[in-house]
Structures are given as structure tokens and as C-alpha cells.
Design a binder for this molecule. Structure first.
Ligand code: ADP
Ligand code: MG
Length: 263
């Protein structure tokens, strides 16, 4: 009856809109070492709903490791990783259920080469979220249409340019409506010509309200799109703030030096 239908609606809403006002992601005192090498040295970082945070920093500063700890690809040695207020670094956390709430795209090799574009996009929705084939494919086709790649639904990834593959990887990551999107240098492996189309898609996702934690070397993109830029130096957040403050009025010497090299 009507009561049951409305309860189901409530469930849907609850999935989309978290019931608490807790930040989507909060890192507290995060520490991670590989052997003797402490790669993350007490990271505090908060990502609120609808925010786009760009993490910048030199190669080796710990950016990828930071994102991997959030997706539970790397364990941590100390601190907390709170996703909607729940500590996912707690060993009792259901790793698969947590990962299902987060969309991830890396620098390269994101798509399964032996599966069609459509199957790539629907895989997680169907296997992880238990969404039926018809519904998953309808969503996937709508997303592919939005990025102008509907005609490639039946093609294998190697038919697509690098930029097209990354855009498919990004729509695959958002197909199951994750609470948080992690993007690790998603344009670094692309020809310069193809970078813009991928960053335009990220900009579009921000406009639609996605919450995104990303690493990038594209400073003009970070300036124009990020709500906040976080500068990581040797495993520590040494400066963060609005793009204009971080990029135009850097105070930490390491940031001054970094910006001189990337500009
Ligand atoms: P970034 O993404 O900023 O370039 P990374 O997070 O990839 O930095 O790496 C930070 C440091 O951690 C580097 O010195 C790197 O060599 C080291 N590191 C990363 N992953 C591992 C690993 N699995 N084992 C040992 N050292 C690692
Ligand atoms: Mg990296």
C-alpha cells in the first residue's frame, strides 16, 4: 500500500541524503608508514558535502597514499578516517560495503579491457549494489549519452581515446551514486589535447553537487573549480585554503617553491 511505498521512498532519500550533518569525510591525525618511511605524518582534513578539494604537492609527497587510505587500499597506523561520521579505519568495518560508498578513478588502466563500455559502467551497480540489469543499463546509457559516448556502449575500451576512457571511468564511478568521489591524477597519463574534456566532466559533476577529493597537477583547473586547495609536503598538510590564497599568496616556503616549478 501507500505506506510501504513511502517507506521505500524514504530509504532512497536516506541513501542519497545522509541523515547527519557530519562532513562526508574527515581525516584526523592520519599516520601511515612504509617500513621506516613515514609517508603520512598526522593528516587532518575535512571534506564537506558538495565540496571539491584539490590536493597538490610534489611527487612522493603522499597524495596517492592519502587517497588509498580513504578507499581502504592502504591500512593506516594511527588516526581516524571518518566517512559520514563512521570510522572506516576501524578493523571491524565492512571493507566492501565502505568501498561501495566511494567512487574511485586513478591515473590509468581504469576500465576492464575485456568488457564492453556498457558492461564496465554497469558492473558495480549490478554486482555490488544488486541493481537489476535493465535499470543499471538504463542509468549507464543515460550517463554515456551525457558524455557523448552512447554510440560506444557496445565497444571495447581500446576503441576509445584515453580521454574518452577516463570519462567512461568517471561515469562508471558515479553510476552507483557514491557519497564521495576520489580522483587521483586522472589526467596525468593523457595527451595534453585530451585533458580538457576530462576536467570539463569533473567541473560538470561539481555543478551537479558531487563531493570530490582529488589530486591534480592542473593548477588552472584547481584555481577555477576547487573550493579548497590542500598542499601536501612530505606527508603533512602545510597549507590549505581558497585557491586564490594558496596559489597567489603562498606562505610556506615549500609551497612557494612548488608553485614556481609547476607554473
Ligand atoms: P604522490 O602520490 O604524492 O606522488 P605517493 O603517495 O605515491 O606520493 O608516495 C609517497 C611515498 O610513499 C613515496 O616515497 C613512495 O615511494 C612511498 N610509497 C608509496 N607506496 C608505497 C608502498 N606500497 N611501499 C613502499 N613505499 C611506498
Ligand atoms: Mg600519486
Amino acid at each position: 500500500g501507500a505506506g510501504r511505498a513511502s517507506r521505500q521512498d524514504d530509504g532512497q532519500e536516506a541513501r542519497r541524503k545522509p541523515p547527519t550533518s557530519a562532513p562526508v569525510l574527515e581525516l584526523r591525525g592520519l599516520r601511515k608508514s612504509f617500513g621506516e618511511h613515514e609517508v603520512l605524518r598526522g593528516i587532518d582534513l575535512t571534506v564537506h558535502r558538495h565540496e571539491v578539494i584539490c590536493v597538490i604537492g610534489a611527487s612522493g609527497s603522499g597524495k596517492s597514499t592519502l587517497l588509498k587510505t580513504v578507499n581502504l587500499l592502504e591500512g593506516i597506523d594511527d588516526g581516524e578516517v571518518l566517512l559520514q561520521g563512521t570510522d572506516i579505519a576501524d578493523p571491524r568495518t565492512d571493507v566492501d560495503a565502505t568501498r561501495a560508498r566511494i567512487g574511485v578513478v586513478f591515473q590509468q588502466f581504469n576500465l576492464f579491457p575485456h568488457m564492453s563500455v556498457l558492461d564496465n559502467v554497469t558492473l558495480a551497480s549490478r554486482r555490488v549494489h544488486g541493481i537489476g540489469r535493465a535499470e543499471a543499463e538504463a542509468t549507464a546509457k543515460r550517463l554515456l549519452d551525457r558524455i557523448g559516448l552512447a554510440d560506444f556502449a557496445g565497444a571495447y575500451p581500446d576503441r576509445l581515446s584515453g580521454g574518452q576512457q577516463q570519462r567512461v571511468a568517471i561515469v562508471r564511478a558515479i553510476a552507483s551514486d557514491p557519497e564521495l568521489l576520489l580522483l587521483d591524477e586522472v589526467t596525468s597519463a593523457l595527451d595534453p589535447m585530451l585533458v580538457g574534456e576530462v576536467l570539463d566532466l569533473v567541473t560538470e559533476l561539481k555543478r551537479q553537487g558531487s563531493t570530490i577529493l582529488m589530486t591534480t597537477h592542473e593548477m588552472s583547473f584547481a584555481r577555477n573549480v576547487a573550493d579548497r586547495i590542500v598542499f601536501l609536503h612530505r606527508g603533512e598538510v602545510v597549507e590549505q585554503g581558497a585557491p586564490a590564497d594558496v596559489l597567489d599568496r603562498p606562505t610556506h616556503p615549500a609551497l612557494v617553491e612548488f608553485l614556481a616549478r609547476v607554473h
